[in-house]
Design a protein around this ligand. Sequence first.
Ligand SMILES: Nc1ncnc2c1ncn2[C@@H]1O[C@H](COP(=O)(O)OP(=O)(O)O)[C@@H](O)[C@H]1O
Ligand SMILES: [Mg+2]
Length: 370
Amino acid sequence: MISNSKKVAALLNPLKMSEPVPTDADFDGGIYIGKTLLYRLPFFLNTNRLVNPHISIVGMTGSGKTYLLKSIIVRFCRNNKFDLFLLDWTSEYSDVMRYIGGKIVTLKSAGDLPEISSLITGITCIDISKIEDESEKRATASMVLNGLCEFMVSLPPEGNAKKVIVIDEAWKLVDFDKLLGRLFREGRKFGFSVVVATQLVKDVNNEILANTACSFIFRLMGSENFESLVSSGLVLMENVDFIKSLGRGECMISVTERDSGMQFSFAIERVNGFDFSNYTIGGELINSKVSKERINAAMEKLQINNDGRIRVLRLFESGSGNVDVSSLVSTLSSIGLNRAGIILFLKSIGVDEAFASLTIESLKGVHFVD
Ligand SMILES: Nc1ncnc2c1ncn2[C@@H]1O[C@H](COP(=O)(O)OP(=O)(O)O)[C@@H](O)[C@H]1O
Ligand SMILES: [Mg+2]
């Protein structure tokens, strides 16, 4: 893959960027995120050195938010021995949970919720993907997090963060602004670092941005998305075009240090993370890695029957993990998916939607059902 870092670097005004220089304290206790764009300095995130322990991640779909979350989770849990509480909407975290030896609690309905106290120690992922009704799913997520807030208040105050609460797709939460505000407040007192990722800045009020001492800004489009970012001082007007041009995994970071009170705003070449993928999908326009879990989740979402599932998995297993996109599309078509279904499938396993459509259009000899 050709990196467009040089291209994007040319768009930046270096005088408006301030890249933090790593210190011994960062190497000791900080987690590695990636190299800065201008001076290629390693950037370590150390929440204990920031004005608060909370982290926000914004960016459009496919920009790299979940990849960063997984990287943060692995390094917080494995290197820093943090406890973890993770809410998983679509069962896309089973790979990372297996990697770090976490426990997955699957809820099938709102009534399934076990005692929060039993979930709060160790590494726990609450998987709500099996709750079919979308509004029940959202209500359950909010209930879980409210329960967590109630529970936190009964804990003794704690100086530095030792536990991390991760909420991906935060915009889905019912009353998210109130709920997150509460989590941020209580979390800070009781030693929880709250990490929130969301795609829509417009709807996410300044509560999130104002409460997080570290913000990651991935690719975003739409001027309305930039209003709160610019008004909160996280992004300079001059950097808006740069953010619109970011590639997958490239981002801007803003951190506010506790001792110096200084705010650094800079860009990262590419987030350094982990590869949990088992399979590769290759083709003229596509070269994408995907885990077995993600394929299974996509098949479930599209309600593919058992026979169909077996055929798809067999295809992935047959080519020692490498699948040509045209054979994948043929197989999906032969088990009854139409064009829209195939695009949705490819999108669900992380293939860019535009690429998925282009690929399908470019394939000859595949017969699609209507
Ligand atoms: N920094 C990165 N390095 C390598 N691959 C990445 C990186 N960031 C994202 N990806 C890949 O790009 C795809 C989309 O990323 P994802 O994190 O799921 O986006 P989002 O959560 O913002 O929708 C995934 O297949 C992911 O593995
Ligand atoms: Mg995501």
